[in-house]
Write a protein that binds this ligand. Structure first.
Ligand code: BEZ
Length: 211
């Protein structure tokens, strides 16, 4: 059955560019982002892994461990990483799972046969520190991901995990958030001492509570 939000992210042990990895042990108490790419030595994937490596510090700040995956082998990953480092002016600083037997791709439904029978699509799974799946996005092979957007989503996921708020369209860290519908308007002042605006009874905003 397809993986859904709220499910425990399936555990696995697999070879990678840095040796064998057990997914849950690798995550430890951190959040995680697991993302697949169609194949090594492909242009869009090369730029994506470069972009992700340059943002490692931002993922670290949010306590998120990165893990990439493709169905190529570990030796191929290691040689390709040299190309990524050279062409993208960075150092790949997270492991790439070598899923030659497609065990992990199948576990996470990363192969969409009507798109391509053998390669993974660009799946993204964000996993909370409770090991549960918080977000799933699927991009086609022809569209490289926006890693700044993934960081923005992580900011929202981590904020809304801790406060009774939701983040509106295009929200970025530091902007006002929406008070969760379950909170009665009369209870807002005690829960959100920074104040609030009632635009409609169902649309109440408050400054980001954790700043
Ligand atoms: C790429 O990463 O460039 C790519 C991979 C598969 C199909 C199209 C593009």
């Amino acid at each position: 059955m397809a993986l859904r939000l709220g499910d425990v992210a399936p555990d696995f042990t697999a070879d990678s560019s840095v040796g064998e990895i057990n997914f849950h042990e690798y995550l430890g108490d951190s959040w995680g982002i697991l993302f697949s790419h169609p194949a090594d030595y492909t242009p869009v994937c090369t730029t994506e892994l470069g972009a992700a490596s340059k943002l490692k510090e931002e993922f670290d700040k949010r306590n998120v461990k990165m893990l990439a995956l493709s169905v190529d082998g570990a030796d191929s990953h290691r040689s390709w990483i040299e190309d990524i480092n050279e062409t993208q002016d960075t150092t790949v600083n997270f492991p790439i799972i070598a899923d030659e037997d497609k065990k992990v791709s199948e576990l996470y439904d990363m192969i969409h046969p009507n798109s391509n029978e053998s390669f993974t699509v660009r799946s993204v799974f964000i996993i909370g520190n409770d090991k549960k799946v918080k977000l799933i996005i699927t991009y086609p092979a022809s569209t490289g991901r926006n890693f700044a957007e993934l960081l923005r989503v992580i900011d929202s996921l981590q904020l809304t995990a801790n406060y009774s708020v939701a983040t509106p369209a295009d929200w970025k860290r530091g902007e006002d958030v929406v008070v969760a519908p379950a909170i009665k308007t009369e209870d807002i002042p005690s829960k959100f001492p920074k104040g609030f605006k009632e635009i409609k009874p169902y649309l109440r905003t408050t400054p980001q509570p954790d700043l």
